[in-house]
Design a protein around this ligand. Structure first.
Ligand SMILES: Nc1nc2c(ncn2[C@@H]2O[C@H](COP(=O)(O)OP(=O)(O)OP(=O)(O)O)[C@@H](O)[C@H]2O)c(=O)[nH]1
Ligand SMILES: [Mg+2]
Ligand SMILES: [Zn+2]
Length: 280
């Protein structure tokens, strides 16, 4: 725990520990603690995110690599969906652009152009060649930002060049040792005078958030609202219905086919599983 620039080792008081929930106390929490280092209570949270499990953040830095590992657009979209659902501003970082040929970078930028439409900031960076790092630093200074993304994309490596106080172990530092190092704990790091960055373990799978119904899902695709004329059916789900204005936007290129296909997949998945129990 930190108070006025001082760090304190704390433990949860029994009463908090007893309730078995995993979000009892999470990284980013503001707490009250006693001089002997017992956490008495957790203050109300401004927000909480499940993946990564962190609270009270301003930005979620969704990081991928342009290559090695290859950019997983599906995962990127699920992480975006999560950030919209939890109302946390996402920033996209595409790292390792030093490994890309110009045409490979062009392809990625083209596929991610929909982010501009959604007013989501995206940085194409390279930790190895120090490209874009300073821009990221300027953008997130004074804020609390949590990294999130698959393993091996260079989150800890970027954390290490954004600040100099704490050195996180990375896949690189342990290359000589047996096995590969991977971050196992979520860690809050003071970033500048009043900002923090949070390094998190990479994840291999990401769950779709608990979206309760089709209306809520649609609200997470703000670009579908661009249509000037409405769909023929007021309750159009933009799937197979005739006279669908959203499908027209996809045809004219105003809505990214990548996003539309993603929407359809999520719709089918949720309506075939979770929504069934409510809508029958
Ligand atoms: N070519 C290249 N390699 C990079 C870059 N940034 C990081 N790496 C390498 O990518 C590997 C993984 O880096 P990490 O920082 O450990 O990745 P991570 O996202 O923190 O991984 P987890 O902790 O498992 O989630 C290391 O070998 C880094 O040296 C970059 O900009 N370019
Ligand atoms: Mg790491
Ligand atoms: Zn429609």
């Amino acid at each position: 725990m930190e108070s006025r620039g001082q760090l304190y080792q704390c433990r949860l008081r029994g009463i908090l520990k007893r309730s078995e929930k995993k979000d009892n106390c999470v990284v980013g929490d503001v707490v009250e603690f006693s001089p002997e280092g017992a956490i008495d209570s957790i203050c109300n949270r401004r927000n909480i995110l499940e993946r990564p499990l962190v609270a009270n953040i301003d930005y979620i830095l969704i990081q991928f690599a342009g290559k090695n590992p290859a950019l997983d657009y599906e995962k990127l979209n699920i992480l975006l969906l999560n950030s919209f659902y939890y109302r946390i501003t996402p920033i996209i970082l595409i790292n390792k652009i030093d490994l890309l040929e110009q045409d490979e970078l062009d392809t990625i930028q083209k596929k991610l152009r929909f982010l501009d439409d959604l007013k989501i900031k995206v940085f194409y960076i390279s930790r190895d060649q120090n490209i874009g790092i300073e821009d990221v630093k300027q953008y997130i200074k004074g804020a609390t930002s949590a990294f999130g993304g698959p393993s091996g994309v260079g989150k800890s490596s970027v954390v290490n060049v954004l600040q100099s106080r704490i050195h996180m172990e990375t896949g690189e530092t342990s290359r000589k040792l047996l096995g590969k190092h991977t971050t196992k704990e979520t860690r809050l790091i003071p970033f500048d005078e009043n900002g923090y960055i949070i390094d998190t373990p990479g994840f291999s799978s990401v769950d779709i958030p608990d979206i309760p119904d089709a209306g809520t899902l649609l609200s997470l695709f703000p670009e579908f609202l661009k249509a000037k004329t409405p769909c023929r059916f007021a309750d159009c789900k933009h799937l197979e219905e005739p006279g669908c204005a959203v499908k027209k936007l996809v045809e004219t290129g105003e809505v990214s086919p990548l996003r539309y296909d993603f929407y359809k997949r999520i719709y089918r998945e949720l309506s075939g599983t979770r929504w069934n129990k409510y809508e029958k």
